[in-house]
Ligand binder design. Structure first.
Ligand SMILES: Cc1ncc(COP(=O)(O)O)c(C=O)c1O
Length: 370
C-alpha cells in the first residue's frame, strides 16, 4: 500500500489509528485539496458547484460506479449515496422494510448493533435474534449460526459485520434463507471481499474505509426497494433516492468527490484482493505481537471473533494503559485510546493505515511488553 503519511508541513504527520473519521490515502487528500480550489478545471471550488452541473454529476456517477466495480455489486442491487450517517440507516431501514404486521430481527453483538435494534424498536416489531452480551455488559464474540433465532417470515435479519468498539467481526456471515440479510458494514466495507448477492442490503458510513464523513453508502436489492413502504415521508424512501440517482436532496458534494479519489486509489493499488491481503497481514502482525506477551497484554475479543479492523487490548492496569498511550503519543501515534465505555487500547487499522504504521505499533508493543 502506498505511503499515507508524507510530511504535511515541516514535521512528520502523526500515525493515525483513529476509529473514525480515520486515516485516508495521502494521494486522495492531495486531490481533495485541488478540488477545494479548482474543481475539475472549472475555476470554482467543489463546494461552490451546483450538484446539478455536469462536472459534479459525473464525479458522483464515477464514485458509484467505482464502488460497484470494487465490490462486484450485481445488477440486482442499487448503490445509493445518502446523508444521515449509519445512524440514519438505523431508522431508514425499519421505516422502509419493517411494514406493520412484519418484524425485523437483530443480532446484537455490540454497541452499534444494539443501537440499530433500539431504533427499530421505536418504530415497530423489532426482535432479538441473539444477544452475545456478557454478564459484565461487554461483548466479546459474534455468535455461531446455530444461536440465531429468526422467524421464517421476518422482514429481515440485521447484523453488524464489524463491532468497532469491541473489536469483533463476523468472519462468516449467517444464511437466514429467504429472509433478507442486512448488514451494517460501516467499519469493514471495502476491507475484504464479500459476496454482495448474499445480502438484501449493506450500508456503511464512509468515515472509516471509504472517505470523509457526511456520506453513507447503501447497497440494496432492487426488489426490496420495490417492496418497501410508500406511506412514509418521501425523503426517507429508498425508492426516492434510487429514482433520482442519489441526487434527490443536495448531496454532500465535497465528501462524495473525496470518496471518488479514495476509490480510485483503491483501484490503483490492486482493488479488494490487494487491500484484503495487506489488511490480513497488518492484523496478523499486531495480534502476534500481543499474543507473544500474554502476561502483559489481555485481549478481550474471543480468538475466533477477532476483528481485522479494530484490535482491542488492555495492559495490566489503567495506569499502564495510560503510560502506553503516552509513549505512543511521544512516538507520533494518535487515536489509540479505547472507546470511553470500554477503556483500554484500540488500534483501528483500516484500509489506509499502512504496514509501516502497524510495524511502528508492533515495535512499541514489543518494547513495553518486556
Ligand atoms: C459499526 C458502526 N455503525 C454505526 C456507526 C455510527 O455511524 P454514524 O456516526 O455515521 O451514524 C459507527 C460509528 O463508529 C459504527 O462503527
Amino acid at each position: 500500500m502506498t505511503a499515507t503519511r508524507p510530511p504535511r508541513n515541516s514535521s512528520p504527520a502523526p500515525i493515525n489509528f483513529s476509529a473514525g473519521p480515520a486515516a485516508l490515502p495521502h494521494a486522495a487528500i492531495l486531490r481533495a485539496r485541488e478540488d477545494l480550489v479548482d474543481f475539475e478545471g472549472s475555476g470554482l471550488s467543489v463546494v461552490e458547484q451546483s450538484h446539478r452541473g455536469a462536472a459534479y454529476e459525473q464525479v458522483q456517477a464515477a464514485a458509484i460506479s467505482l464502488l460497484r466495480g470494487l465490490l462486484a455489486v450485481p445488477d440486482s442491487h442499487e448503490v445509493l449515496l445518502l446523508q444521515g450517517g449509519a445512524r440514519g440507516q438505523f431508522a431508514m431501514l425499519p421505516l422502509n422494510l419493517m411494514a406493520p404486521g412484519t418484524s425485523g430481527h437483530y443480532a446484537i453483538t455490540g454497541f452499534w448493533a444494539r443501537a440499530a435494534y433500539d431504533e427499530a424498536a421505536l418504530l415497530g416489531d423489532a426482535r432479538i435474534a441473539v444477544d452475545t452480551r456478557e454478564a459484565d455488559g461487554s461483548y466479546r464474540r459474534v455468535p455461531r449460526a446455530s444461536e440465531l433465532v429468526v422467524d421464517s417470515h421476518a422482514a429481515y435479519l440485521h447484523i453488524c459485520s464489524n463491532n468497532t468498539i469491541y473489536g469483533t467481526q463476523w468472519s462468516e456471515f449467517p444464511d437466514p434463507g429467504a429472509v433478507p440479510l442486512i448488514a451494517d458494514m460501516s467499519s469493514d466495507l471495502l476491507s475484504r471481499s464479500i459476496d454482495v448477492a448474499r445480502f438484501g442490503m449493506i450500508y456503511a458510513a464512509a468515515q472509516k474505509n471509504l472517505g470523509p464523513s457526511g456520506v453513507v453508502a447503501v447497497i440494496i436489492r432492487k426488489d426490496l426497494i420495490e417492496r418497501a413502504r410508500r406511506d412514509i415521508p418521501t425523503v426517507w424512501r429508498y425508492a426516492t433516492h434510487a429514482q433520482h440517482a442519489s441526487l434527490y436532496y443536495t448531496p454532500p458534494t465535497a465528501a462524495v468527490a473525496t470518496m471518488r479519489h479514495v476509490l480510485e486509489h483503491a483501484v490503483a493499488i490492486g482493488g479488494i484482493a490487494a487491500i484484503e491481503a495487506t489488511n490480513r497481514e497488518k492484523a496478523r502482525r499486531l495480534y502476534a505481537a500481543l499474543d507473544a506477551r500474554p502476561e502483559r497484554y489481555r485481549l478481550p475479543a474471543a480468538r475466533d471473533s477477532r476483528s481485522l479492523m479494530n484490535v482491542t487490548f488492555y495492559l495490566p492496569t489503567p495506569e499502564a494503559d495510560a503510560r502506553f498511550l503516552a509513549e505512543a503519543s511521544r512516538r507520533g501515534m494518535v487515536g489509540l485510546k479505547g472507546h470511553r465505555t470500554t477503556g483500554g487500547i484500540r488500534a483501528s487499522i483500516y484500509n489506509w493505515v499502512s504496514l509501516d504504521d502497524v510495524d511502528a505499533l508492533v515495535d512499541l508493543i514489543a518494547e513495553l511488553g518486556r
